[in-house]
Design a protein around this ligand. Structure first.
Ligand code: ADP
Ligand code: NA
Length: 327
């Protein structure tokens, strides 16, 4: 039969993805290309939910796409596109918004969290999960890779697709959550009990596009405990444990093996080897990103083709939807 369809998106809200994004999400996107019918989008409409600068957004969207290609997304094995290139997303979001209860939308906890941290809170931040539901439903995605933090939004998508189907006739696939790999987050290097995030100071965040020297410095300065043993111990040694996890994920060597290999060696040697591993990992990615950014025609062609493929599916869905709702 046909491969299950997955859909996933990432916001172009930073100048670079970080290693947490890669290990927690993007490396799974790469793997899913060969087992699933994968649709991936850079969700620039979502990036308008917090304050933005137009030229910066435009640049970040291209850098995001270039990084996705550079880490191994292959347009011949997946559909990669920019959300705003497919206007059907906003049309379906409007219709879904009219089917969403105000109370139902108000229960989304991520809104409260993000709103409390922002000065300007737009209605778009409030209705964001409805746009996310449209992103997924438009493509009849069977599966959506989600972390714990997105579970509630996927539940809204399930409710909206079921509600639409019940009211207007079977139209949408009701998606299932898909938990990919390790669900534990990569931690910030300066605050090893917090997740690595672009919203934390940059000294603790390993960006894929950081200069190699900068990455090495961040790793050397990573916060560890006052002991000397390279050993995974989440409670007493969160810093070293996080570094072991990164080392293991990037080399495929398991943590027990690394503990053996580094028995009797100090944090300095371990950090220096990890810096080499990280730099070796990012250098070819950075080279490929540079090549895409230096050749805008090729990048445009890839994104135009992705948008065409996405739009063919989205337009067909909307043809049915428009008829069902009475347009
Ligand atoms: P950030 O926290 O830097 O704002 P996003 O929230 O934009 O990152 O996350 C984009 C994707 O990367 C999501 O799928 C998210 O689960 C994953 N992700 C983000 N930070 C981490 C992390 N520290 N460890 C693992 N996965 C992460
Ligand atoms: Na975030």
């Amino acid at each position: 039969g046909r491969r299950p369809r997955v859909l996933s998106g990432i916001q172009p809200t930073a100048d670079s993805f970080h290693l947490g994004n890669y290990l927690g999400a993007l490396r799974h996107w790469v793997a899913l290309q060969d087992t699933h019918d994968a649709f991936y989008c850079v969700v620039d409409l979502h990036a308008l939910t917090l304050e933005w600068v137009p030229e910066q957004l435009r640049a970040r969207t291209r850098i995001a796409a270039a990084q996705l290609l550079a880490i191994g997304l292959d347009p011949s094995r997946c559909t990669l596109f920019i959300q705003s290139h497919v206007p059907e997303h906003t049309e379906l979001a409007w219709i879904f918004g009219c089917l969403t209860g105000y109370g139902e939308a108000s229960r989304m906890t991520q809104f409260k969290d993000k709103a409390s941290r922002s000065e300007h809170v737009g209605v778009g931040l409030f209705t964001y999960p409805i746009l996310q539901a449209a992103d997924i439903a438009l493509y009849h995605a069977d599966l959506v890779p989600v972390g714990e933090d997105q579970r509630q939004h996927l539940e809204l998508t399930r409710n909206l697709t079921q509600r639409f189907n019940a009211r207007f006739g079977p139209t949408f696939t009701v998606p299932e959550p898909y938990i990919v790999g390790e669900t534990r987050k990569i931690a910030d290097l300066q605050h090893p009990t917090a997740k690595m995030s672009k919203s934390l100071p940059e000294a603790g965040t390993l960006y894929l596009l950081d200069e190699p020297r900068r990455l090495a410095k961040k790793i050397r300065s990573a916060v560890t405990d006052s002991g000397t043993e390279i050993r995974a111990d989440e409670v007493n040694k969160p810093g070293i444990t996080n570094l072991l996890r990164i080392f293991s994920a990037l080399t495929g060597r398991d943590i027990a093996q690394l503990e053996d290999d580094y028995a009797g060696k100090g944090y300095g040697t371990f950090k220096s080897d990890l810096a080499d591993v990280v730099v070796e990992f990012v250098v070819p990615i950075q080279e490929r990103v540079r090549r895409y950014l230096d050749d805008p025609d090729t990048l445009d062609a890839v994104l135009t083709e992705g948008a065409d493929r996405a739009r063919a599916v989205a337009a067909e869905t909307m043809e049915t939807v428009r008829d069902r709702v009475g347009f």
